[in-house]
Design a protein. Structure first.
Length: 115
C-alpha cells in the first residue's frame, strides 16, 4: 500500500518514515508544490497543524463540493469538534497525532481511529 504524507514538520516526517518502514508501507513525502503526486497514493495523510491555513480551508471546500478523494486521513491537535464531525461525515479519518494506526489501511466501515 502506498501512502503520501504532506507535512512541513521535520520531526513528523522522520516519524512517518520510521512508522512506514516498520509497517512495510511505501511512503512518499509530498510538498504543496508536488501535491498532485499524492493523487497516485492509496492513502493521503495531512498534518494540518504544520500546513498553511489555506490547506485546511481547501479541504473543507472539497468536502462541501463533494469532490474530496477517497483515502484521506488528517491529524491535528487544533480541530474544533464541529470540524472533526464534518471531516468524519465526509469519510475522512481524523486523529490528534501521527501514529501507526492512521497509516494502516482503512478499517471496515463504522470503525473509528482513536489516536
Amino acid at each position: 500500500m502506498s501512502v503520501a504524507y504532506l507535512s512541513h514538520n521535520a520531526a513528523n516526517l522522520v516519524l512517518a518514515g520510521r512508522i512506514a518502514e516498520r509497517l512495510g508501507l511505501e511512503l512518499t513525502v509530498v510538498t504543496l508544490r508536488d501535491a498532485a503526486d499524492a493523487l497516485l497514493a492509496d492513502l493521503l495523510v495531512l498534518d494540518l497543524d504544520h500546513l498553511p491555513p489555506a490547506c485546511k480551508s481547501k479541504l473543507f471546500l472539497q468536502i462541501g463540493r463533494g469532490t474530496l478523494r477517497d483515502g484521506v486521513t488528517v491529524h491535528s491537535h487544533h480541530l474544533a469538534p464541529a470540524e472533526i464531525d464534518a471531516l468524519r461525515a465526509a469519510g475522512v479519518r481524523v486523529a490528534r497525532r501521527l501514529t501507526a494506526l492512521i497509516l494502516v489501511p482503512r478499517a471496515p466501515t463504522g470503525s473509528t481511529v482513536r489516536a
